[in-house]
Design a protein around this ligand. Structure first.
Ligand code: ZN
Length: 200
């Protein structure tokens, strides 16, 4: 498993809600947490590892020792947003690109945890920013979409460089074609849960 970079099509894929929390989901969450800590990120959404389901992991301290800050959220939904905040944001799929992004100051999020329990979280400031960033990912929305005109203009050069690197990697055969990536996402979406024996 590795983190895909812009403009990998998985980043624009709207993730499917998980209808079943099985061994695959638990393994996936564990691997994503490892990868997030390795990359020193505060959060990681499933699209960023080319997995087409609504799952995100986060730790607003980016510290694997601080487990009480660790969260795995399944099918998260923002129920309410209040206030405004503006601050610099980066993304593991856009290395070294940091720009100001405006977000709600406080959010109320509903989700399921890995045990399948419904939870509700009220978060403000950095945690709220993180939740909005990661939940956007699951909808195929990226932080560049939320930038104001100045930040967007300032990012243009970096985005072009990411696009060139990506195209070169495809030309070298280090990455499959966009069509293949999209086909594989669709196949895995449809297969999930089908191999499980029925629970009675
Ligand atoms: Zn991100």
């Amino acid at each position: 498993m590795k983190i895909v970079k812009y403009p990998h099509p998985a980043l624009r894929h709207k993730s499917r809600a998980l209808s079943l929390i099985d061994k695959e989901v638990r393994l996936q969450a564990g691997r994503m947490l490892e990868l997030m800590y390795e990359a020193h990120g505060l959060g990681l959404a499933a699209n960023q590892v080319d997995w087409p389901f609504q799952l995100l992991v986060m730790n607003d301290l980016a510290d694997p020792e601080q487990k009480e800050h660790e969260r795995v959220l399944i099918n998260p939904v923002i129920l309410d947003r209040k206030g405004k905040q503006e601050g610099e944001e980066g993304c593991l799929s856009f290395p070294d690109l940091f720009q100001k992004v405006r977000r709600a100051k406080t959010v109320i999020v509903q989700a399921y945890n890995l045990e399948g329990h419904a939870i509700e979280i009220t978060a403000s400031d950095l945690s709220a920013r993180l939740l909005q960033h990661e939940i956007d990912h699951l909808q195929g929305v990226l932080f560049i979409d939320n930038m104001g005109p100045i930040a967007r203009m300032a990012s243009r050069g970096s985005l072009r460089a990411f696009e060139r690197d990506y195209q070169k990697a495809q030309e070298r055969g280090d990455l499959p074609s966009d069509e293949e990536i999209l086909r594989s996402l669709k196949e895995r979406e449809e297969r999930h849960g089908k191999d499980e024996p029925p629970v009675m």
